[in-house]
Write a protein that binds this ligand. Sequence first.
Ligand code: AP5
Length: 217
Amino acid sequence: MIVVLTGAPGAGKGTQASKLSERCGHRKVSTGDALRRQVKLGTPIGQKAGALMAKGELVPDDVLFEVLREELGPGKKGEVILLDGYPRKISQAETLETLRESHPVGGAIQLEVPREELIARLSGRRVCEDCGATYHLVNSPPKNGTHCDACNSEKLIQRSDDNPESVAYRLDVYEQNTRPILDFYKKSGCYTEVDGSKGTEEVFQQLEAEIKRIQKA
Ligand code: AP5
């Protein structure tokens, strides 16, 4: 079963999907992470996606579907997949429905965060270039200040799309293209909202409870 984690850039989808995966054993699938891996490897998909991602543009649906199918795999009974970053448009929500036999969507959870907070989170985000761990200069710096807690790399970098112009553009793209999918999930009766502006631990607890409820439904 898929649980869609949705929300604007910087809402905390990746942070929470990683925590839920570590602590609850759910599987995290992030289309953003998958695309960044393809860019790093210089694959044909990465070559198509890299420049679009740096500007904050959406990558074409056909490319995303290829990435999604590869990441989801065949699907296992009883497994919960936390889907971070897909769907981002109504057309993608409809495409995901075509996979419902192997990957039914059990719930869609929106992390709601005010725009000023999103900008503060994205401008302070740093990621480990080697293992992908995410930090924030103020909210969650690495323990020793300079090296990644997970792999000890010193390559803690700013993502190419976390510059002020790309952030503003991504937030606009989100409002125009992605927010409409909330109505799609409200109509299908599987939508819930969590206040993503709270601290990381509090948001985690709300999400954990919500996912348990979805599993029992
Ligand atoms: P993607 O990687 O999905 O980026 P995004 O949606 O813009 O989301 P972010 O990763 O920026 O934010 P997040 O919500 O995961 O926040 P995080 O947890 O890191 O996509 C990148 C690009 O790929 C897209 O722009 C597009 O080009 C392409 N793409 C991907 N999917 C696509 C699709 N389906 N269709 C088309 N194109 C696609 O947290 C942010 C910061 O805040 C961190 O520093 C973190 O430490 C901090 N933080 C998190 N939670 C809290 C909290 N509760 N309190 C305080 N600080 C917090």
